[in-house]
Write a protein that binds this ligand. Structure first.
Ligand SMILES: Nc1nc2c(c(=O)[nH]1)N[C@H]1C(S)=C(S)[C@@H](COP(=O)(O)O)O[C@H]1N2
Ligand SMILES: [Mo]
Length: 252
């Protein structure tokens, strides 16, 4: 399917879901409100784009379901990660005192934060569900700093449309739009189930995006880049996921 006809499909779907009168209006709305996801040019793009557009139109302020303490999974499953290597182990032996979160790109005050600094920022916690695309899931309590707070601190410019987040594991990088970046449940996570965030669950610092599938919750976060375009990151599809055949937008 060509990009043109895919776009047509999006706007048709948008017109239907949002009850917009007329395709021309829907097409204008889709462009204006950024409803075309960055990987819309790839094969499975049509369905994903429709999901993205519909969710962005109808549910941008909705909250991921939160559970009660008695729902917390007793023995949560940590997905296996590739070996983290010597450099990570050195940081771990130093109790991650030298871990830094670099924030760059379209910010008035780019910064580099230690975990202690992040820990001194306002904290939020949530009991939410992690769902892997492979079918398993668990519920845990997560605590951390709302990403929106960090964006405020660095003075995110008004043109920013996406936050790209990178991991100590170079193969793992993702991005989210501002609806998710500013969403109150999107957390730079430092703690889990009342304690520190264990390394196998992404410690010392993990992104939690509870409104999307588990793979958007990248572990070992080292860098955030604020940008108005995803064209120049990787293959320009928005994140590592679409490069490997998964959708950039994985809303649940
Ligand atoms: N850095 C990094 N982040 C990652 C992964 C990974 O292998 N490395 N796996 C992802 C996938 S596919 C899922 S489903 C979740 C799994 O989270 P869990 O280990 O807490 O269950 O983490 C995501 N974040
Ligand atoms: Mo996953």
């Amino acid at each position: 399917m060509s990009k043109i006809s895919r776009r047509k499909l999006i706007t048709t779907g948008l017109a239907a879901t949002a009850g917009v009168a007329g395709l021309g209006v829907a097409a204008k709305l889709a462009r204006r409100y950024g409803l075309i996801p960055p990987d819309s040019g790839v094969l499975y793009g049509a369905g994903e784009t429709l999901t993205y557009a519909a969710q962005r139109t109808l549910t941008r302020h909705s909250m991921a379901r939160e559970f009660s303490p008695s729902d917390i999974s007793k023995d949560p499953f940590a997905n296996e990660v590739a070996p983290l290597g010597d450099a990570f182990q050195r940081l771990q032996h130093g109790a991650f005192a030298d871990w830094r979160l670099t924030v760059d790109g379209m910010a008035a005050r780019p910064a580099s934060f230690s975990l202690a600094e992040l820990g001194s920022f306002p904290r939020s916690s949530q009991i939410t569900f992690v769902a892997c695309e492979e079918g398993w899931s668990y519920i845990a309590e997560w605590s951390g700093v709302p990403l929106s707070h960090v964006l405020d601190r660095v003075g995110a410019l008004s043109q920013v449309r996406y936050v790209v987040y990178r991991s100590f594991q170079p193969d793992w990088w993702e991005s989210i739009d501002m609806v998710d970046a500013l969403h109150p449940q999107t957390l730079l996570t430092l703690g889990m189930n009342g304690g520190e965030l264990p390394v196998r669950f992404g410690g010392p610092l993990r992104m939690r995006v509870p409104r999307q599938l588990g793979y958007k919750s990248v572990k070992y976060i080292t860098r955030l880049t604020l940008t108005d375009s995803l064209k120049h990151f990787g293959k320009g599809l928005g994140s590592a996921s679409p490069e490997g055949g998964y959708a950039w937008y994985a809303g649940i």
